[in-house]
Design a protein around this ligand. Structure first.
Ligand code: NAG
Length: 421
């Protein structure tokens, strides 16, 4: 290697960056190049029901580089399950980074774009919706109600959803999703190398029971005065107050011309509401001098709480998997990474998604333009203006569709939401 000796600063930089790369432990990296199929196992899950979808190894309809392929769901209304193994890894005292890119080429109205990390021994041929997993992460879209990034952590056999809302990308371009879990039990969620959410496992998931609870024995003392205002004992009802009638005769009313006292009886004016009448008398309110404030149940240490500094630890991580239900196919995965170094992950994202995103956007715009022209050809009588109107209508139609779908789904806020369908 030719190192310019006359520039020790430059040398230092090289050594530093070599160290940085050397220190990253990459457990799994898949760019889906030739031979990728040797690493991945397609599951037989849902095959006997003819509901297992095929993956298409492709660079997609639009991309920044024809040679950069990924795997894409290719059949509508199908289940997808595929996984790959890596050397067993414990993230104890280490940072765990889980990253991949996903592109929904279809206008996704209902479907997942998430991936899973699994632990222990998994029969990959049987991997499916019921296979226990350690972490599930990535975007999920269904109608209007669900457009979020899932971050589900399994602890002692239960799945815990993140309590914070993390919106996902909804366009038809590639995006990189990154989940970082640190040994101090903090986490970050990034989309396209930008942090979208961060915090602590202790607060943003209900993995452990709460540290403090309301004292179940505590009772509000009998003499606790929590009335902020009381009737003024000094206030007196004004003399004659009760004599004010609620209604009075309407002084504007006139006896009708054709009123016949003999036949119709004596005429009396109709009554109207009396503007002087103010309702039953009530003393005015004053601040209660004995007010003690609202009584609050005192908090005590929760006897069921057991602190767990290892809350972030997954000691036997061993597989990455994709397990999805797709109403409309076209979701494409690429550049899957499991490592211990956020910097390494960031670089990988820049070298892949970052390098190609502008060209991909241009290719997408081009494809959209072509589609529009095709549609115009099919219907040459349409003026441009009308055409745009039609497109708007189409878009609304799609949305209405998704809304219907979301209705069936929106109550299931669980991890395997789409498996139920
Ligand atoms: C795979 O993707 C390419 C590119 O979008 C497409 O032309 C082809 O028809 C797809 N094949 C299948 C089997 O879906």
């Amino acid at each position: 290697m030719a190192i310019p000796r006359e520039n020790p600063h430059f040398l230092g930089l090289i050594v530093l960056s070599l160290l940085a790369i050397a220190s990253a432990e990459v457990l799994f990296e898949e760019r889906f190049e030739d031979g990728w199929e040797n690493q991945w196992v397609k599951s037989d899950w849902k095959k006997d029901e003819n509901m297992a979808g095929e993956w298409n190894y492709t660079s997609g309809k639009w991309n920044g580089d024809h040679n950069d392929k990924g795997i894409q769901t290719s059949e509508d209304h199908r289940f997808y399950a595929i996984s790959a193994e890596f050397p067993e890894f414990s993230n104890k005292d280490k940072t765990l980074v889980f990253q991949f890119s996903v592109k929904h080429e279809q206008k996704l109205d209902c479907g997942g774009g998430y991936m899973k990390l699994l632990s222990g021994e998994v029969d990959q041929k049987k991997f499916g919706g019921d296979t226990p997993y350690s972490i599930m992460f990535g975007p999920d879209i269904c109608g209007y109600s669900t457009k979020k990034v899932h971050a589900i952590l399994t602890h002692s056999g239960s799945n815990h959803l993140i309590k914070k809302d993390v919106p996902c990308e909804t366009d038809q371009l590639t995006h990189v999703y990154t989940f970082i879990l640190r040994p101090d039990a903090t986490y970050s969620i990034l989309i396209d190398n930008v942090e979208k959410q961060s915090g602590s496992l202790f607060t943003d998931w209900d993995i452990l029971p709460p540290k403090k609870i309301k004292d179940p024995e505590a009772k509000k003392p009998e003499d606790w005065d929590d009335k902020e205002y009381i009737p003024d004992p000094e206030d007196k009802k004004p003399e004659g107050y009760d004599d004010i009638p609620k209604e009075i005769p309407d002084s504007d009313a006139k006896k009708p011309e054709d009123w016949d006292d003999e036949e119709d009886g004596e005429w009396t004016a109709p009554t109207i509401a009396n503007p002087e009448y103010k309702g039953p008398w009530e003393p005015k309110k004053i601040k209660n001098p004995n007010y003690k404030g609202k009584w609050k149940t005192p908090m005590i240490d929760n006897p069921d709480f057991k602190d767990d500094p290892d809350i972030y630890v997954y000691p036997k991580l061993k597989y990455v998997g994709i397990e999805l239900w797709q109403v409309k196919s076209g979701t494409m995965f690429d550049n899957v990474l499991v490592c211990d170094d956020p910097e390494y992950a960031k670089k990988l994202a820049e070298e892949t998604w970052g390098k190609h995103k502008d060209a991909e956007k241009a290719a997408f715009d081009e494809a959209e333009k072509k589609k529009e022209e095709e549609e115009a050809k099919d219907d040459p009588l349409d003026s441009d203006e009308e055409k745009e109107d039609n497109e708007d209508d189409d878009a609304e139609g799609d949305d209405a569709d998704s809304e219907t779908k979301s209705d069936t789904d929106k109550d299931d806020d669980d991890d395997d939401i789409h498996d139920e369908l």
